[in-house]
Ligand binder design. Structure first.
Ligand SMILES: [Zn+2]
Length: 156
């Protein structure tokens, strides 16, 4: 049988007669790569497989606490590489997805566009009766930033 180029290491190899469609040579590294790509495709195509995989990983981590912490400690280059790749994925996701609506936890200059999870008008009426210092104690900083422009309107 004629030689073929391995989809992993790019070296020429003889496909096994039992596997005429063989794309990877028999080197351990290339067989790992073949399995990795197969699993990646399966996870993307089959939600049951993906869920099962997530569950299995979670159980494995429970049985081996500290494994990944020790691994990261022993392989600092891996940590740097993973961090860079995750940043890349995050950036790609941000470019694809529309920007999230501003939430009440985000400080935002344009407070009027914020959706507050409570009836601001009612709350402001009650709060105006309390001293401003008390208001600050009751609200988180971001809530203060949201609520203050409206308080000024009602006070003034
Ligand atoms: Zn190979």
């Amino acid at each position: 049988m004629e030689k073929r180029r391995c989809a992993g290491c790019r070296k020429l190899f003889h496909p096994r007669p039992q596997s005429p469609g063989q794309r990877f040579c028999s080197a351990a590294e290339c067989q790992r790569e073949r399995k990795r790509r197969w699993q990646q495709a399966r996870r993307a195509a089959d939600p049951d497989y993906r869920d099962n995989d997530v569950q299995a990983s979670r159980q494995w981590r429970c049985r081996h606490p500290g494994y990944w912490r020790a691994y990261r400690h022993k392989h600092p280059h891996s940590v740097i590489r993973n961090r860079a790749k995750q940043r890349e994925r995050d950036r790609a996701r941000r470019l694809k997805a529309p920007p999230p609506p501003p939430g009440p936890d985000l400080a935002n200059e344009d407070a009027s566009s914020l959706q507050l999870p409570f009836d601001t008008g009612l709350m402001v009426k009650k709060l105006i009766r309390i001293e401003i210092s008390t208001v600050y104690q009751l609200l988180t900083v971001s809530q203060c930033l949201c609520i203050l422009p409206q308080m000024r309107l009602r006070i003034g």
